[in-house]
Structure formats: structure tokens, C-alpha cells
Write a protein that binds this ligand. Structure first.
Ligand SMILES: Cc1cc2nc3c(=O)[nH]c(=O)nc-3n(C[C@H](O)[C@H](O)[C@H](O)COP(=O)(O)OP(=O)(O)OC[C@H]3O[C@@H](n4cnc5c(N)ncnc54)[C@H](O)[C@@H]3O)c2cc1C
Length: 222
């Protein structure tokens, strides 16, 4: 339901204090017993105005080596609005992988003659519900750009995958409960963005089959 606006939440009639449904602005109703609020976050950059802020994506504006416009001041991690080379746009990435890599890149540039531009492939992962007693852990990896249309394959029994396709090209891919080999394929797909047959992908009966189709699209693109 991309782009839908919520009008209000409706409480359960049995008085247990739980939500029962979500009313949308278009008049439709979605039954729900849990609502997860994902509203994003904004870095608190007020004190750093003089360093140079980016008003489009928020954060502190830096170049491909994480230099701000004041010599000797650098910004890395969540707060850095940096040139995301692969997509040719300024971006902020909120993830520990980027936090570590951006810091490494910045320090290397400082301590050596390295002058290369940071070339990051967006990567997100999470490992939740792995606590003791959990009947089903949920662990996923995403590589690439979450733009365009999505094709979702599978369910949580045993795993799921989502593919983002724009202008006929595979732009991003998420796999939950993947094998090490499957996870290894994801950055290659996201980096190379092969043309992909959306209808074929939609007809895949399993995550494995969908990933085989994606792997095949890489070979076809050679
Ligand atoms: C709820 C939640 C879940 C997340 N889950 C995941 C996950 O599953 N996997 C994953 O990889 N990433 C996850 N992240 C993102 C990850 O935590 C961040 O990308 C990462 O911590 C960024 O590191 P950082 O060093 O850039 O910033 P931070 O870790 O935010 O560190 C910035 C530090 O600067 C301090 N600070 C801020 N302003 C000032 C100031 N004016 N003066 C002095 N100090 C200041 C802050 O207190 C903070 O300690 C999650 C984040 C949140 C909020």
C-alpha cells in the first residue's frame, strides 16, 4: 500500500486496549492487531550549521572523502550527507556497515595519500528475534536501492525475498533467512543491476527459484 495515508487507528471492541484496524484516507480499512511505526529519523545537526548542512537529505555535507567545507573538520556515519557514487546522488546512509566503512575511508585519506572517492553499495542487515527461546529468528540482508516496483516472493515459511526493479533493471534485493551462498549473490546483483524479466520473477514459486532467475539475468547481461 505505497503512498497510502492513515486517517486513524481503531481500537478493538473488546476493550483490551489493542488496535483492531487502520482506517485509510481513501475510506478503506485494513485489519491489524499490531502497528509498527517507521517514521525515519533526522540527525540533530543544529550546532553544525557553520560546517555546512545539506537541506535535501539532512546531515552534514561532505565530499567523497568525508571532508566538510571547513578544512580539518570531517563527518562520517549516519550524519554524513555524502556523494553516493553508484547512484550519482547525495545521500545519507543509516547503518553500521556504512558508519565503519566511511570512518575507515576518511581516516585512510587523512593518513595516506589516498584520494579516491568513497564508492559505497548500500547494504543493510538485521538480526532480530534471536533471543533465547525464540521459535523463529528473523535475519535479513538488503543490497542496493529501494526504488521502482517490488516483487515479493515467499513467506516466512521458510523465507522471503523482495526485488526492486526500475526501468527493467534489478536495483535492490532483500533476502530473509538466506543461505551464505544466497547472501553472497546479493551485492553482485545490486552492483551490476542486470536487466530482469519481472513477469518471470513474479511467477517464481520459491525464493531459490527467484534467485536462480536473478543469477541467470547476470549471466545474460555478460
Ligand atoms: C532503533 C535502531 C535500530 C537500528 N538497527 C540497526 C541494525 O539492525 N543494524 C544496523 O546495522 N544498524 C542499525 N541501526 C543504525 C545504527 O545504529 C547506526 O547506523 C549507527 O549507530 C551509526 O553510527 P554513527 O557513529 O554514525 O552514529 P551514532 O551511533 O548515532 O553515534 C553518534 C554519537 O554522537 C553523539 N552526539 C550527537 N550529537 C552530539 C553533540 N552535539 N555533541 C556530542 N555528541 C553528540 C550521540 O549521542 C551518539 O553517541 C539502528 C538504529 C536505530 C536507532
Amino acid at each position: 500500500l505505497q503512498g497510502a495515508s492513515i486517517k486513524n487507528l481503531e481500537a478493538s471492541s473488546n476493550g483490551n486496549g489493542r488496535v483492531a484496524a487502520v482506517k485509510l484516507e481513501d475510506g478503506s480499512t485494513v485489519e491489524a492487531d499490531t502497528v509498527i511505526i517507521g517514521i525515519g529519523s533526522k540527525p540533530a545537526v543544529g550546532p553544525f550549521e557553520r560546517v555546512g548542512l545539506n537541506t535535501d537529505v539532512g546531515g552534514i555535507q561532505v565530499d567523497g572523502q568525508f571532508r566538510t567545507n571547513i578544512p580539518g573538520i570531517f563527518a562520517v556515519g549516519d550524519v554524513a550527507a555524502f556523494p553516493l557514487k553508484i547512484y550519482n546522488r547525495i545521500s545519507r546512509v543509516e547503518h553500521v556497515d556504512h558508519a565503519r566503512r566511511s570512518a575507515q575511508h576518511c581516516v585512510k585519506a587523512l593518513l595516506s595519500a589516498q584520494s579516491s572517492t568513497y564508492d559505497y553499495l548500500p547494504y543493510f542487515y538485521s538480526r532480530v528475534f534471536e533471543y533465547e527461546g525464540s521459535t523463529r529468528k528473523v535475519w535479513w540482508q538488503f543490497f542496493g536501492d529501494n526504488v521502482g516496483e517490488t516483487v515479493e516472493i515467499g513467506n516466512f515459511d521458510p523465507k522471503i525475498a523482495t526485488f526492486w526493479i526500475e526501468s527493467g533493471k534489478l536495483k535492490g534485493v532483500l533476502v530473509e533467512s538466506g543461505s551464505p551462498e544466497e547472501f553472497k549473490l546479493l551485492p553482485e546483483l545490486a552492483r551490476r543491476q542486470p536487466p530482469i524479466d519481472k513477469a518471470k520473477l513474479q511467477n517464481a514459486s520459491s525464493v531459490e527459484e527467484a534467485l536462480d532467475i536473478a543469477r541467470g539475468s547476470l549471466q545474460a547481461a555478460v
